[in-house]
Design a protein around this ligand. Structure first.
Ligand code: THG
Length: 279
């Protein structure tokens, strides 16, 4: 891997699927949400994923509240995580920095309703390699969807560099080949669309399994080597972050080992039981 692509973090913690977060949204708990935002930025997030949950009728209001609550305390762009065009359109009106939109897919309705927003506001956009609700089993089928999506993206005037394709990782608990399929899809996308970015939700792969952190960390490195250049994860997970810093170093993304040594000095590698220096 010779390209200059370090792995950027999309912080996942502000998500209405999490009990504590949906409670905070319902109560309009500004302090809780702002702290969760700042902590993720301090841990190195390049974007914050913002998901207001699935309460359809109130999602636009909730998403707008989240944006207005988070924006004053962070300097990084947001990643608006919603399938609801009304919620996205409302949130885009109040964002200060062009956000990433999470997400479009091969679903024609989603393409038609969301792509014009992306084009008009110069957003970046995550495109899922799926149609409708089900995720295709095979890499070839996912790639076919990516072709459809990229055709629509290019027709709408959005440049390839603004697209982040999510090849999707299903849990290994139900498909032993799940990670291999995802990696194969990523390599194929890299070949055919050299200017697009790749992203994925890291923890999907280990859903339902014990000791998830090991699975997540090994997969993170394999996916990085296959061309992943951003990843949706919990930046407060120190072990994942330590792995990421080491992977950046190994894959030629850390000139003079600066990031690595800085992380060492900051104590990132002082996880319980781990050796910290020369023994
Ligand atoms: N691709 C794209 N977007 C995504 C996903 C993806 N957005 C949502 C999700 N997947 C990634 N975000 C999260 C956010 C929170 C958690 C997991 C993924 C999370 N999960 C805890 C767990 O799994 O143990 C449980 C929830 C909790 O803490 O209460 O926190 O794949 N494009």
């Amino acid at each position: 891997m010779t390209e200059n692509r370090s792995l950027k973090i999309i912080g996942e913690k502000i998500n209405g699927a999490r009990k504590r977060v949906i409670q905070a949204i319902e109560k309009r708990d500004t302090v809780f949400i702002q702290e969760l935002a700042v902590k993720q930025v301090e841990a190195g997030a390049a974007w914050l994923d913002i998901n207001a949950g699935t309460r359809q009728s109130v999602e636009p209001d909730d998403l707008v509240w989240l944006v207005e609550t988070i924006q004053p305390v962070v300097e990084i762009p947001l990643c608006l995580d919603s399938a609801n065009p009304q919620a996205l359109a409302a949130a885009i009106q109040v964002v200060e920095r062009a956000p990433m939109i999470n997400s479009i897919s091969g679903d024609p309705h989603r393409l038609q309703s969301i792509l014009p927003l992306v084009a008009e506001h110069n957003c970046q956009v995550i495109a899922l390699a799926m149609n409708g609700k089900s995720i295709p089993e095979l890499s070839e089928q996912r790639l076919e969807i990516v072709h459809t999506v990229m055709q629509a993206v290019r027709a709408s005037g959005v440049p390839d560099e603004d697209v982040y394709i999510d090849p999707l990782a299903m849990t290994l608990a139900t498909n032993a080949k799940s990670a291999l399929i995802t990696l194969e899809t990523m390599r194929a996308i890299r070949q055919e669309f050299p200017d697009v970015h790749l992203t994925l939700g890291l923890s999907n792969l280990s859903f339902g399994l014990p000791a998830r952190s090991y699975i997540n960390r090994v997969f993170l490195v394999l996916a990085f080597a296959a061309g992943l250049d951003s990843v949706i994860l919990d930046p407060l997970d120190r072990e994942v972050r330590a792995t990421l810093v080491a992977a950046n170093l190994i894959l030629g993304q850390d000139r003079h080992c600066l990031e690595y040594t800085r992380a060492f000095r900051a104590g990132l590698f002082n996880t319980s039981g781990a050796t910290t220096g020369v023994s």
